[in-house]
Design a protein around this ligand. Structure first.
Ligand SMILES: *Cc1c(COP(=O)(O)O)cnc(C)c1O
Length: 495
């Protein structure tokens, strides 16, 4: 029996996994969700012995039921290979009394690689299965990390083109350089004069533009998405929570069946939603702690039941979390509305027209698995500093937000459940903020000189991704206004 995927805004719309991956977004603007989250059909005892790739197969086969074993294993083995700088793919590191799940050992040194190294394979396999002849145009909005990870994943992949939009002044210098130096004749990178929410809304509008879709089809193109609205992003992210739990068990850090708390630095709500799915599959997770930076729209939502994006957008030192419209929250809203597509649609329409919505008390009750917290800029810097001083471990700014929130939650609630923190980026990617947090004397130094200093204080290797950009040529200089995104796509595609 195939597991089907439904749109959160119209449950009559149901498709197979490969169709959902190809489409990205449902035609009615909703997100695809599995009819039900499958339960693990292997035991933790079995998972304890599995490699990352074996775990990936055990988890993903339950979601991608229209892929053959051979197809799925081929996708997994092509993704999780020597592009990662460690054989275990996602190492667990004990830092003080917390376990950090390091998700940044892939090609672009952020957790986006965990899903974006496999998405191109899932997508091209899905295209073959569904006899798609068109060239697939991946359209992506990025707050900094998705863009490069998607470019790296799709560069040179036959039958695909990729266009990335990023906020001109909203990413770190390393992030920007990583994108604008991307090679590959099928790649395009555009800086927009706006913030991430503008980029994401613009991309969503292009997906929903029926006239453009027809025009594209006439020229042999169709859009798909590499953002975490695509279930081909979300499902590979469930894997590492299953893997982490099994490894904690294998290493004797927890007892069989013992619950853990998971804290995730959150922007678009993709990573933490994957943890929620892992919990539903049977992984013993107690609390899912959603960590925000000063753009704390999610913290307010979990506290009050009102989602309100009408506020100032703050540029922080954790730019990949500078988001006021967390797209994947819609999947949680749909779930806590009991799968009521009408309710979901109404709330999302309110979000679009008024920028806010309020859930019912019954819905709010269903959120008891979640807790929210946030870190100010000062608290983020202090977390980096203090953790370095007490353990020698250097965290990036995003992970530091989660680390602060995890500690504050533990103290406030006197909850001493073992804690896992999703560690989402290498400190090398945000070297300026990280080094300045460690010691104010670094604040005036050049970003590239700081790389050597970080190597010294952390005792870690400079990642290949950083060496690569130091002398690379800038290949992308295109910019556009928010209302020119459609024209820009036309220009790039030559239609
Ligand atoms: C994207 C990103 C996040 C936020 O993840 P979401 O799935 O969007 O919530 C956090 N940290 C880093 C480093 C990221 O790149």
């Amino acid at each position: 029996m195939n597991l089907l995927y439904k749109s959160t805004r119209d449950v009559k719309l149901s498709v197979t996994a490969s169709e959902a991956i190809l489409k990205g977004l449902a035609p009615d603007g909703g997100l695809f969700v599995p009819e039900s989250v499958p339960e693990l059909d292997v035991t933790m005892e079995e998972l304890k012995e599995m490699s990352y790739q074996e775990t990936a197969y055990a988890v993903m086969k339950l979601f991608l039921t229209d892929f053959t074993e051979e197809e799925l294993k081929h996708c997994i083995n092509s993704a999780y290979d020597s592009k990662f700088d460690t054989e275990v793919i996602a190492p667990l590191v004990k830092v003080g009394d917390t376990y950090h799940l390091e998700l940044f050992h892939g090609a672009t040194i952020a957790f986006k690689d965990m899903a974006l190294s496999i998405l191109p394979h899932l997508l091209t396999t899905s295209a073959k299965k569904n006899h798609v002849e068109n060239e697939i145009v991946i359209l992506t909005a990025t707050s900094g990390d998705t863009g490069k990870a998607a470019l790296a994943g799709f560069a040179g992949v036959p039958g695909t083109r990729i266009i990335v939009f990023y906020p001109k002044n909203g990413v770190s210098r390393v992030q920007e350089l990583q994108m604008v130096t991307q090679k590959g004749s099928n790649t395009a990178v555009v800086a927009i004069h706006g913030n991430f929410d503008n980029a994401q809304s613009g991309v969503k509008a292009l997906f929903e533009d029926k006239a453009l879709e027809e025009e594209m089809a006439g020229k042999g193109y169709q859009f798909s998405s590499a953002n975490s609205i695509n279930i081909g992003r979300l499902i590979p992210q469930v894997v590492y929570y299953v893997y982490a739990y099994a490894k904690l068990l294998a290493n004797g850090e927890i007892a069989s069946g013992e619950e853990i708390n998971v804290t995730v630095p959150t922007g678009n709500f993709g990573n933490i939603l994957a943890a929620y799915y892992a919990k539903q599959m049977g992984v013993p997770i107690a609390k899912l702690i959603c960590a925000s930076n000063e753009n704390k729209v999610l913290f307010d939502f979990f506290r009050t039941g009102t989602y309100d994006r009408n506020r100032e957008f703050v540029l922080t030192s954790s730019p990949s979390m500078d988001i006021l419209i967390s797209s994947n929250l819609e999947r949680l809203i749909y779930a806590i509305a009991g799968g009521d597509d009408g309710k979901d649609r109404k709330l999302m329409e309110a979000l679009k027209s008024e920028g806010r919505y309020e859930i019912t008390p019954e819905m709010k009750e269903q959120l008891s698995d979640f807790a929210g917290g946030y870190a100010t800029e000062e608290e983020t810097m202090a977390a980096i500093h203090d953790t370095y001083e007490s353990t020698g471990y250097v965290m990036d700014t995003h992970t530091a937000v989660a680390s602060h929130v995890c500690r504050a939650y533990r103290e406030k609630n006197q909850d001493h459940t073992k804690a896992l923190v999703a560690s989402t980026a290498s400190p090398y990617k945000f070297v300026k903020s990280v080094m300045t947090a460690i010691d104010g004397k670094y604040s005036s130094m050049d970003e590239f000189d700081l790389i050597g200093e970080l190597k010294k204080v952390s005792g870690t290797q400079v990642p290949h991704a950083i060496e690569e950009i130091q002398n690379a040529k800038i290949l992308h200089t295109r910019e556009c206004d928010v209302d020119q995104m459609k024209e820009t796509v036309r220009e790039i595609l030559g239609i």
